[in-house]
Design a protein around this ligand. Structure first.
Ligand code: UDP
Length: 310
């Protein structure tokens, strides 16, 4: 098949492109390189079935494809809040254009949605039928509400135009190719530990997240795209929930770092707890994460170590 991956030079997008190439597909990667980098796709840039387009999805794009993975959008809170209007445009106008393309060329389209659609959840763990608790006017809203509208657009194109859609709600994901300075907790803490700088814990570090290794996530995305029984939404994430303090301790241990801890104020609207209920993914896709946290973190530490050295 010919597959378009928007945001294909990003952290998750680049792993997805690489896996799709290994599966034998022709891959078109569209990316504006706003928060991503060509370095992420460097190892397969010259592959005969790979094509890179520097393209921003807030402008129309026409390519003949069979599948579209709409992954494009800055995903770290620092990056998506840097230009919040652009974040909304990417999620609303960008998704509209991608859905228009899917309709025109009769492609199946998968939307990279997010656990942020649940906001600061009042239900725990989060199931797909929970409608969420989202602040519509806060600093995270450009991303949270943007992604919620993207889901709405997917469902409306499906109901109104019969477009074949798939919605994946992606929970915290980590692994090689996260950018050193993207401000997310896993990259921040590993880089700080490797540099011998204090690890920054926001708030008291008792807030929780559940971290999924990127190779597991990519398998989940493909499983959702390639099956015919559900359009979603389907939660994709690792249900192993830990506090941010525990994460920091594990990173200190794996890096054998003597860094201390530095407490910083908790960002506005920072969710207190987050853990996916993945029963739907297990039942319908036969998918669940296989890589444990320590194993995944060790691979990520190796990546950042060699990245920092180079
Ligand atoms: N966090 C932290 N130190 C950091 C970066 C993040 O304690 O250097 C916290 C952040 O406040 C949040 C959690 O770690 O509670 C996860 O943050 P991240 O930005 O990775 O993603 P989020 O799940 O909030 O979108």
């Amino acid at each position: 098949m010919r597959v378009l991956v928007t945001g294909g030079a990003g952290f998750i997008g680049s792993h997805l492109c690489e896996t799709l190439l290994l599966d034998g597909h022709e891959v078109i990667c569209a990316d504006n390189l706003f928060t991503s980098t060509k370095e992420n796709i460097y190892s397969f840039l010259a592959h005969p079935r790979f094509e890179f387009l520097r393209h921003d999805i807030i402008h129309p794009l026409f390519v003949e494809v069979d599948q579209i993975y709409n992954m494009a959008c800055p995903a770290s809170p620092i990056h998506y809040q840097y230009n919040p209007v652009k974040t909304v445009k990417t999620n609303v106008i960008g998704t509209l254009y991608m859905l228009g393309l899917a309709k025109l060329v009769t492609a199946r389209i998968l939307q990279a949605s997010t656990s942020e659609v649940y906001g600061d959840p009042q239900v725990h763990p989060q199931k797909e039928d929970y409608w969420g608790f989202v602040n519509p006017i806060g600093p995270r809203s450009c991303y949270d509400e943007g992604k919620r509208v993207a889901e709405t657009l997917m469902m409306d194109y499906h109901r109104q135009n019969g477009v074949e859609v798939r919605i994946a709600r992606i929970f915290n994901t980590y692994g090689p190719r996260m950018s050193v300075d993207d401000g997310r907790v896993v990259s921040n803490l590993i880089v700080q530990a490797l540099k011998g700088e204090p690890l920054t814990l926001y708030g008291d570090g008792e807030q929780t997240r559940s971290f999924c290794f990127v190779s597991d996530l990519v398998l989940g995305l493909k499983a959702l795209m390639d099956q015919d029984s559900t359009i979603g939404p389907v939660n994709l994430g690792n249900p192993h929930e830990i506090t941010i303090r525990e994460l920091a301790e594990t990173i200190l241990e794996l890096t054998e770092s003597s860094s201390g801890i530095e407490y910083r104020p908790l960002p506005v609207d920072d969710p207190v707890r987050r853990r996916p209920d993945i029963s739907r993914a297990r039942d319908i896709l036969g998918w669940e994460p296989r890589v444990g946290l320590r194993e995944g973190l060790a691979a990520t530490v190796d990546y950042f170590r060699s990245h920092l050295e180079s």
